[in-house]
Write a protein that binds this ligand. Structure first.
Ligand SMILES: Nc1nc2c(c(=O)[nH]1)N[C@H]1C(S)=C(S)[C@@H](COP(=O)(O)OP(=O)(O)OC[C@H]3O[C@@H](n4cnc5c(N)ncnc54)[C@H](O)[C@@H]3O)O[C@H]1N2
Ligand code: MOO
Length: 414
């Protein structure tokens, strides 16, 4: 008797339950890029740290130049020259000015800066051709952020501007969520590494490179292992070797060897070892497995066994692995889902949720929604069309004929 198929949402829940809470790590700020902040960061200093000039010009007392005009400029002695970086504390005497550059500290007593364009630019004395209000071109200490104020909150994903703020605040290292380490294991004696000649019946190993890239683009770290012989004992020893190796393993991701053939090394080696093998009501990606595998030395690691067909492997990663992997690193789990108008008729197998490859554009649908053109046939060896797609079209399990013009949901891949 055939077991009923598990629904996509059910299998998503099974895989998600394998992941624990995010781990954290302290890193130099440059290495925090793309990671989620694990603590609140308060400003240890104010920004700006001192009153400084917003313009190249002259620091003045505004009352000294209230009578200045284009026709009758006021001429004042230039008592000091203050480039950015000057560290001594200066005081502006009444009836004098200091030449000052953008970012340089304001002298005590000065309350405005006259930009150089309103003067003759003199360096001994200067003719000032206009008036300025108190505060003109002065950046006050703490006007961006005051020392002690919250700068970044836990959970913020660190991008270049957050790194900029941290550096400006003098922060050298931060506590962020740690990247998870995924061992990507490809099985199949027909598989040859790219760069080598092929014999008849052999193909290039592509799932390994693809899934490692998928893990990295999700924010994880990946190690690729290609296991060739169809030998269950050797397969388990290789797995144990990786688990008990120098780098802790957070997830094992296999592809291939899980369907109904005579040489299904993954399924044969892991059945009865804490891993369930089953069929999910989806296309592509029907044969799946997930669970926790314990090595000979007693280390237990979550494992997800993806089907070998390349499109099945990649789509399965997107649907089952990417969201909980990202969640477990404190990152936004889900890709953007958007409604689109289907540009061509589709057929879908009733009873299976179908994820067809598509090209989404923001225009072209009715009522201002975008449109999606399905590309390539449904079968799961059409890697070329997957590589041209920017979206997966999510067709419900109860649909069969889906005519052009139907509003469908798409998952944006970039
Ligand atoms: N009798 C049945 N046969 C099959 C069923 C089924 O239910 N009953 N399911 C089919 C479906 S659907 C899929 S998907 C595949 C999954 O098979 P496996 O996970 O066991 O994968 P393999 O048989 O090892 O390989 C399938 C296919 O993919 C190629 N492959 C595998 N690994 C790689 C790799 N790393 N790089 C590139 N290509 C790879 C492999 O050469 C095969 O062509 O089973 C169907 N069969
Ligand atoms: O379900 Mo399989 O994953 O179509 O190729």
């Amino acid at each position: 008797m055939t077991a009923p198929l598990r629904s996509v949402t059910d299998h998503q829940a099974h895989v998600a339950a394998l992941f624990g809470p995010a781990r954290t790590v302290r890193v130099p700020i440059a290495d925090a890029l793309g990671r989620a902040l694990a603590v609140d960061v308060a400003a240890a200093v104010s920004l700006p740290g001192f009153d400084n000039s917003a313009m190249d010009g002259y620091a003045v007392r505004a009352t000294d130049i209230t009578d200045a005009s284009e026709e009758e400029p006021i001429r004042l002695p230039v008592a000091e020259d203050i480039p950015a970086g000057r560290t001594d504390s200066l005081t502006l005497a009444e009836g004098t000015v200091h030449r000052i550059m953008t970012g340089a500290p304001m002298p005590a007593g000065a309350d405005a800066v006259v930009q150089v364009e309103l003067t003759d630019g003199g360096d001994q004395t200067v003719a000032i051709h206009g008036t300025v209000a108190v505060g003109t071109a002065v950046r006050r200490a703490g006007s961006d952020i005051e020392a002690g104020d919250p700068a970044l909150l836990t959970g913020t994903v660190i991008g270049s501007s957050q790194i900029g703020l941290l550096a400006a605040l003098g922060v050298a290292e931060v506590e962020v969520t740690a990247p998870l380490h995924v061992v990507v294991l490809s099985t199949g004696s027909e598989l040859i590494a790219p760069g080598n000649p092929l014999e008849h019946g052999q193909i290039y190993e592509s799932n390994g490179a693809m899934l490692c890239a998928a893990v990295r683009s999700a924010g994880g770290e990946a190690t690729l292992v290609h296991f060739v012989p169809d030998d269950v004992g050797q397969f388990r020893s290789r797995l144990d070797e990786m688990i008990d190796g120098p780098t802790a393993v957070d997830l094992i991701l296999t592809s291939g060897g899980v369907s109904a053939g005579a040489y299904e090394v993954v399924k044969d080696a892991l059945t009865g070892q804490g891993v369930d093998f089953l069929k999910v009501a989806m296309q592509p990606g029907m044969p799946q497995g997930s669970g926790r595998y314990t090595s000979a030395t007693g280390t237990t690691v979550p494992i997800v066994t993806l089907p070998g067909n390349p499109v099945s492997a990649q789509v399965s990663f997107e649907i089952f692995v990417r969201p909980p992997l990202r969640s477990a690193m404190g990152l936004l789990a889900h890709r953007r889902r958007i409604q689109a108008s289907l540009a061509d008729d589709l057929r879908s197998p009733r009873g299976k949720r179908q994820f067809r490859r598509g090209v989404f554009t923001h225009a072209g649908g009715a009522d201002g929604i975008g449109s999606v053109v399905p590309i390539g046939p449904p079968s799961s060896h059409h890697l070329r069309f997957l590589a041209s797609a920017n979206a997966l079209i999510d067709i419900a399990a109860d649909a069969d004929d889906v005519p052009a013009g139907t509003t469908v949901e798409v998952i944006l891949l970039d």
